[in-house]
Structures are given as structure tokens and as C-alpha cells.
Design a protein around this ligand. Sequence first.
Ligand SMILES: O=C(O)CCC(=O)C(=O)O
Ligand SMILES: [Fe+2]
Length: 367
Amino acid sequence: MPMEKLPSIDPAGSRVSDMELLSNALAYAAVPDKYVFPPEKRPYAFLDDASSDVALPVIDLHRAALSDHRHQVAAEIIRAGKEFGFFQVVNHGVEEGVVRGFREAAAELFALPAEEKLPYCSDDQSRPFRLASSTSYDRSQTRYWRDYLKLSCHPVSDELVRHWPAKPATFRSSLAEYAAAVHDLAQTLLSLIAEGLGLPDGFFAGDLSGGDTQMNVNYYPPCPDPSVTLGLLPHCDRHLLTVLSQGDVAGLQAKHGGRWLLVRPVPGAFVINFGHQMEIVTNGVLASVEHRAVTNSAAARMSVATLVMPTMDCRIGPAPEMVSEASPTRFRSFVFSEFMEAYSATAASREDVLESFRLDRSPAATA
Ligand SMILES: O=C(O)CCC(=O)C(=O)O
Ligand SMILES: [Fe+2]
């Protein structure tokens, strides 16, 4: 996939606005103090650990369309899910042009002059489309080296589209097209996951995945000192499933065996990981794994995370099929909106948020 044009730092776009967006700024010669993490929080090991023999599985979904191979692909997904909580998919059916179209439109949006972005700048989390910087989850003083769009993208309605920017001109249409294609891919993956776990067909298809699909479009400009900054805090996703396009620039790291494993970009692939709801519904079999984004000094990076959500009133708890004498129920049941509140209150920390939903509090269960 050709490299999209990410915003260059434009002095004309550096007008002061209420919100400090990194994408508005002049080039930084040094990292401003408020982005410098204390030593214990720095990404001490930004490893593109070429020598590491651990690599995330890359699963070819094309074979899933052939009935003889479907079960094998489902089994590969479950194996990767159990071992890493993360995997990549290729031949996934989302056309390259659809991905490129939306990525280019989003990159153009970040590159707009500050005053054109200003109407969208907001920290009000109830807005269906907004632009912000750093994160709302970490209340510490240090800022993350990241601007982001946070938006609802599916199901698409005229009312929803009215909240999306009319500029760049391709933004609305390319987003609608991308969101629909990624929604279909997510449903395919959920159906393979149900099959691989021996759950009824269509298990995830109703309220569990029927909420408003949300999207984070994360923009990380080049950073003069990646060793003291972070693009995004270590976190687990709060919903069911994430489908991420990370483009060609590395930066996503997933926790594996107590270390941070770099998720190396594979051309055209989507990175898939599980949110907390998948962990709870599967009674801990498919865990939500902690991940973060690191920065780099050479190139801007943009990632597009599509977050498949339950409906707010969906009742969630371990599926009866996932519970047995050997695997007793590990989580209590709750309504999804309750989880959303707990997640915001605990600043996305994996253990803190799960704590109030766990029945089994033995340390082994938190491994
Ligand atoms: O930038 C990335 O690769 C990670 C994004 C992410 O984890 C998120 O948006 O939840
Ligand atoms: Fe995430």
C-alpha cells in the first residue's frame, strides 16, 4: 500500500487554539516537559526485536471462505487468541482502496489548519465526533504524544453523518465505506470465534456486537525523543473486539510473557485484539491483553481502531458453554453501561477495572 501523506508540520497551521493539538504545532526541536514521563513509565524497551523468535500469528482469512478450511481457520484464531490475545489477518475481504481512501481522508483532516479543526475539538465524551489530544483516561499530569479522532461510525444514519466533517471532501463517504466493510469483517471474525469455541452460530451477532461501533483514529507525529514519551498509555480495550489498521509505521506493542512485543506492520493486514467483554463472555479463555503505542522520530504514524461494542443495555456474563466444574464462573453478570462507567473511573487499568466484575480473586486467575 503506498504511504499516505501525513501532515507535515505547517507553521501556518500553528495558530493558538483552546486545545493543544500536536498536529497544529511547529516542529519540535525537543520534547516539551509536559510530555516527558518519569523514568519508571518510559518505554525503556522500544524493541523491534528482530532477534526475537516470537511473532504474532498472521492468519489468512481467504481460506475461511472455503468450507473445508473454515474450521481450521477458526482453530488458528482461537490458538492465537489464547496465546497472544492479538493476531493479524490478511486476505480479509476489505478492499485495499477502501482502507487507503479513509486513511488518506483522515490524514488530510489532521493536516488542516488549526482553525478548521477547532469546531471539532472537544473533551466532551458524549459527542459523536470529536478531535482531542493525549487521552482522557490518564489523570496524571504527563501528556501522551497523540492527537485523535473519536467517533461513532456504525450503523450509519443521516443524523450521524451530519456530525462528521464535510472537509476534506472525501471524509464522509470514505468513512461510511470503511466502517461498513470493517463491520462485515468483524462479524466474520466473530462467527469464526464462536465456531472455534464451540458456541452456537450467531452467538455474538445480536446485542453483544450490536451497539454503536466506535472508532479511534490515532495520529502520532514524529517525536524528537521517543525514549521519554508514549503515544498511548498501556490499556486494554473495554468493548468486544478491535479491528486495527496500523499502516506501515510500527508503534503498537502488546504485552506478552511480561514483555512488550512490537506488532510489526504487515502490508494490508488488520491487527485484531479482544476487549474486556470478550474475556468475560468466554470466562477468561480469550483474554483482553494490555497494549500501548510508542513514538518514533522518523515518521508520523496513524492507526485506525474500530471498536465493536455491545449495546448499552446488553446483559453480559460468562456464556454457560464456557463454564464447567473445571472452569468455574470467573465473572459476575452486569449490564454493559455499568462496565463503561467503571472503565472510565479506573483510568483503563486492566486489573482495576476487572476487579469489580471478578468472582474469582485468586492471583492465578489474574495471570
Ligand atoms: O496506535 C495503536 O496502534 C493502538 C491504538 C489503540 O490501542 C486504541 O486506539 O485503542
Ligand atoms: Fe487499544
